[in-house]
Design a protein around this ligand. Structure first.
Ligand code: COA
Ligand code: AMP
Length: 639
């Protein structure tokens, strides 16, 4: 039996024994005895009686082990032309001081703190400072607009908001204070205080509620690590669901720490002292897990990169970083490499750098499309590993376990389930499907440590969104299949979630924004294929009776509205005003059919359609407006 098979079987057949062993990977204040328990709703809870502090485990512990002078964080910011190294000792001291400042503002164990920061080391300091106090952080991605931030502030009800004075996007300086002020204005909940980290690119004017980061730190005395239970929440991270309201994914502390420590070994093969580069953002789950917590729990060095893969300064940016910092393992989203490939199709920039330190490239956030996989596989001498996971799981569900037992890769596949994740493919009735048959991808309970333990403030939504569809299984929302060799292929979402440039967005939420415009009678937003960003949203809108006919103006207003409400990251740039939308007789918009047309596929008129002529009309409109590949779409005879 292979090492992988042995380990996987143990993890699902004897989860308590397996995860009791893995728990020894991290330093606990009190070792857990209760490894796996179930709450009243029968959801798994890991390490409930263990006590730890993740900031201690990731910083103080390593200092005590003699790693104080080792770089913990390497900040590389081509957009501000800056670089900085922070050792474990410096990180620990900065975190303790900032935690002291938060404590003086009244932040205690269990309080929430919202963090709205760009890719600067202080974002990590802020997160660890919350963890040090046992406070629950909620980091919001900088590309979200005030409305999105306000929804999160209202839901999480933070005592304090921590932000920087600005973000820097390529060559644009984006002041954050107006965004924060507008968000707090719109939110029913008002935080007691905001701490602003002033950046020289734009110094914010502070108001009555605001405190200057440097000043509060100067006055503070360092705070100690507060022990928390294994099941106490570490953070809430909001992610897009099918409705307008984002879901606050709740992460526990002990299970998360153990799962991340295990993954750094079994999946990423990164040892203490080695350098791990994850080119994501602290606002996303990849950033939480693999920029902030996992590398430092492991005693490795993490890179905080403030820039883009291609524009700051060019398509050699990632290769330069790998050479300069001797990166062993690199992780990013496929879309980043599609952007690089577009600028440097022959990979000429790579030849300028010595990337011999690199042992594996990991990709996630969206499916690694076979053309990008082959391009990378031909270019690099190291394994190119597609691995699949979600905000909800916090760490990979399926991967090529590079540290445990590397396997041959297959284009389009995330390889095999990671130990702990009993992945199954079910049909609509909940029956297991055969190899090669596509169905709903689910995970049999218990989910392993590290996965979500709830939806913040909404246990019913946790149940209805994830647990209700197939009792005993967690619904991933992805469709896919397993091949004859047991390789898993994830083919895309089965709900209204889309993935734009590796950013998870909800078309349902965009529909709510578009539908709120006074001239809109009905609308739908679909995600269509895009060669660079993976998917892009397109809105189809029926105006209300009496509409003045100024279609161009309406389209522009709707684009501006989505940008204003959700943020530039939505990439909502195409809207079509139409007379009607294809629907079933029961009134459901045939979104899949619309996607097929936009993606240039063959499509048939379904027997359930209410108004068959509407379909051709939409096809013509899409073609005339050059939506996606609709010019290639063909009507076929039958289903
Ligand atoms: N703060 C403010 N604005 C932001 C932002 C941030 N943190 N991130 C993105 N935006 C803005 C961009 O400036 C852009 O604005 P514009 O419409 O005014 O040009 C818009 O949001 C869309 O951004 P994006 O889709 O990221 O496009 P891009 O051309 O700037 O970059 C990629 C494209 C592929 C290079 C980039 O999206 C990328 O590196 N993606 C990887 C994502 C990732 O790491 N995901 C996590 C999973 S691993
Ligand atoms: P997020 O929660 O932002 O990480 O997005 C999770 C979703 O992104 C998943 O449900 C998938 O739809 C998609 N996704 C992430 N990684 C992969 C992958 N390697 N292959 C296919 N889809 C992926």
């Amino acid at each position: 039996m292979s090492t992988y098979t042995h380990e996987f079987r143990r993890s699902v057949e004897q989860p308590e024994t397996f995860w009791a062993e893995q728990a020894r990977r991290i330093p606990w204040f009190k070792q857990p005895q209760a490894i796996l328990e179930y709450d009243e709703a029968q959801h798994a809870r890991w390490y409930g009686d263990g006590e730890l502090n993740i900031a201690y485990a990731a910083l103080d512990y390593h200092v005590e082990q003699g790693r104080g002078d080792q770089p913990a964080v390497l900040w590389d910011s081509p957009v501000t032309d800056s670089k900085r190294t922070l050792t474990y000792l410096e990180m620990r001291d900065q975190v303790a001081s900032f935690a002291g400042a938060l404590k003086e503002m009244g932040v205690e164990k269990g309080d929430r703190v919202v963090i709205y920061m760009p890719m600067v080391p202080e974002a990590l300091v802020a997160m660890f400072a919350c963890a040090r106090l046992g406070a629950v952080h909620s980091v919001v991605f900088g590309g979200f607009a005030p409305h999105e931030l306000s929804v999160r502030i209202e839901d999480a009800a933070p005592k304090v908001v921590i932000a920087a004075s600005c973000g820097v996007e390529v060559n644009k300086v984006l002041p954050y204070k107006p965004i924060i002020d507008a968000a707090i204005e719109q939110s029913a909940h008002k935080p007691d205080a905001c701490v602003i980290f002033q950046r020289e690119q734009h110094v914010a004017e502070l108001g009555a509620r605001d405190h200057d980061w440097a000043t509060v730190v100067e006055k503070a005395s360092p705070a100690d690590c507060v022990p928390v239970k294994g099941t106490d929440p570490l953070y809430v991270l909001y992610t897009s669901g099918t409705t307008g309201k984002p879901k606050g994914v709740v992460r526990d502390t002990g299970g998360y720490a153990v799962a991340l420590a295990y993954s750094m070994d079994a999946i990423y093969d990164v040892a203490p002292g080695e350098v791990f580069f994850s080119a994501s953002d602290v606002g996303w789950v990849v950033g939480h897990s693999y920029i902030v917590y996992a590398p430092l729990l492991r005693g490795a060095t993490t890179i905080v990169y403030e820039g883009k893969p291609v524009k700051t300064p060019d398509a050699g940016a990632f290769w330069r970083i790998i050479e300069e910092y001797r990166v062993k393992s690199f992780f990013t989203a496929p879309t980043a490499f599609r952007a690089i490939k577009k600028e440097d199709p022959d990979g000429k920039r790579l030849a300028e750098y010595d990337i011999s330190s690199l042992k594996a490239l990991f990709l996630a956030g969206e499916r690694l499309d076979p053309p990008t996989f082959h391009w990378l596989d031909d270019l690099l001498d190291v394994p190119v590993i597609d691995h699949w996971w979600q905000t909800e799981t916090g760490w990979p569900i399926a991967a090529n376990l590079h540290g445990l037992e590397p396997m041959p890769t297959k284009a389009g596949s995330a390889t095999v389930p990671v130990p702990g994740f009993d992945v199954q493919i079910l049909d609509r009735e909940g029956e297991p499907m055969n190899a090669m048959e596509q169905g709903a991808v689910v995970i049999k309970q218990p989910m392993p440590p590290g996965c979500l333990t709830g939806v913040w403030g909404d246990p019913e939504r946790f149940h209805s969104a994830y647990m209700a569809a197939f009792p005993g299984y967690y619904l991933t929302g992805d469709g896919g299949y397993v091949d004859e060799d047991g390789y898993l292929f994830i083919m895309g979402r089965t709900d209204d979630v889309i993935n734009v440039a590796g950013h998870r967005l909800s078309t349902g939420e965009m529909e709510e924004v578009v539908g709120a415009h006074p001239a809109v009678a009905e609308c739908t937003v679909i995600g269509i294929h895009d060669a660079l960003k993976g998917q892009l949203p397109v809105g189809l809108v029926i105006p209300k009776d009496g509409f003045d006919g100024r279609e161009v103006e309406l389209e522009e207003e709707l684009i501006a509205l989505v940008r204003d409400k959700i943020g530039p990251v939505a990439c909502f740039k195409q809207v079509l005003v139409v007379d009607r939308l294809p629907k079933t007789r029961s009134g459901k918009i045939l979104r899949k059919l619309l996607r097929n047309i936009a993606d240039g596929q063959e499509y048939a008129v379904p027997s359930t359609i209410d108004d068959p002529a509407s379909l051709e009309e939409i096809h013509d409109t899409m073609q005339a407006r050059e939506v996606g590949a609709s010019g290639n779409a063909r009507l076929t005879d039958g289903p």
